[in-house]
Ligand binder design. Structure first.
Ligand SMILES: C=C(O[C@@H]1C=C(C(=O)O)C=C[C@H]1O)C(=O)O
Length: 242
């Protein structure tokens, strides 16, 4: 039996839409939790934060061609702020994330040349980094005057897509697992988009228009050469923020 980690957010619904096999057991959780399970061998594989691969390459194989990325906007990695970007002083970074936290630090410190204090409580912060469904729900509440999409910020600077997560397989796992994951995920994505186009997909808590914007204009699942280039660039910039 293979244990495979699945991020428990809207963004993985297409990847796991038909991800059923007698050999596979899914384990759900937030990205940082899944990374710790994978690192310590409690699961064999999972779609997890891309920085885990960038910092510990020798431990993993990457399932080819698949990722969670965005071409421009991602819509669910958002910095919510009471002040304009250049005036941000105290930042809360969600502990659910690894990649987006580092992306946020890179943008604030290296691109915008700020020296923010990172605080543990939301209440004392003037800006909050949230990811996944937490970010999508917070946006709806409309409590913050400034909302920055971090993939869009990355794109403004580098004109590149951004890769948030990769399907990693532990090197000590059976080699047949990579192929099985690739097949099931590709089958899932195809079935999801076919069903969505036919109006057959419903996800509790989200309207059809919200889903359409998210899955057609924000999230992208295909790891191509441009995304690999972006990943390597991020790897070289991320090192100072680990
Ligand atoms: C786009 C997203 O990508 C995620 C962001 C991750 C991270 O920041 O470590 C990890 C997995 C992905 O689910 C999101 O969660 O909204």
């Amino acid at each position: 039996m293979f244990k495979v980690g699945k991020v428990s957010y809207l963004n993985t619904v297409p990847l796991f839409y038909r991800f059923e096999d007698p050999m596979i057991e899914l384990v759900e959780g937030e990205p940082s939790y899944l990374v710790s399970l994978l690192r310590y061998g409690k699961i064999h594989a999972g779609i997890v934060s891309s920085v885990e691969y960038l910092f510990n390459r020798s431990q993993y194989r990457v399932v080819s061609g698949l990722c969670i990325a965005s071409k421009q906007r991602v819509c669910s990695v958002l910095l919510f702020s009471k002040r304009p970007m250049l005036e941000i002083k105290r930042v809360y970074l969600t502990p659910a994330s690894l990649t987006s936290k580092i992306l946020c630090k890179h943008l604030l410190e290296d691109v915008y040349k700020l020296k923010p204090e990172y605080v543990e409580s939301r209440e004392s912060a003037d800006a909050l980094l949230l990811i996944g469904d937490d970010a999508l729900y917070e946006k709806r509440l409309g409590k913050f005057e400034y909302v920055y999409d971090l993939a869009e910020e990355w794109h403004k600077v580098y004109s590149l897509p951004f890769v948030f997560a990769l399907f990693l397989v532990r090197k000590d796992a059976d080699p047949s697992l990579d192929r099985l994951i690739e097949e099931l995920a590709l089958k899932s994505i195809k079935a999801f988009y076919e069903d969505f186009a036919q109006g057959r997909v419903k996800v509790e808590g989200f309207s059809r228009d919200e889903l359409k914007d998210y899955f057609y204009h924000c999230i992208d699942y295909f790891l191509d050469e441009e995304k690999e280039r972006s990943l390597e660039l991020f790897g070289s910039l991320a090192y100072n923020h680990r």
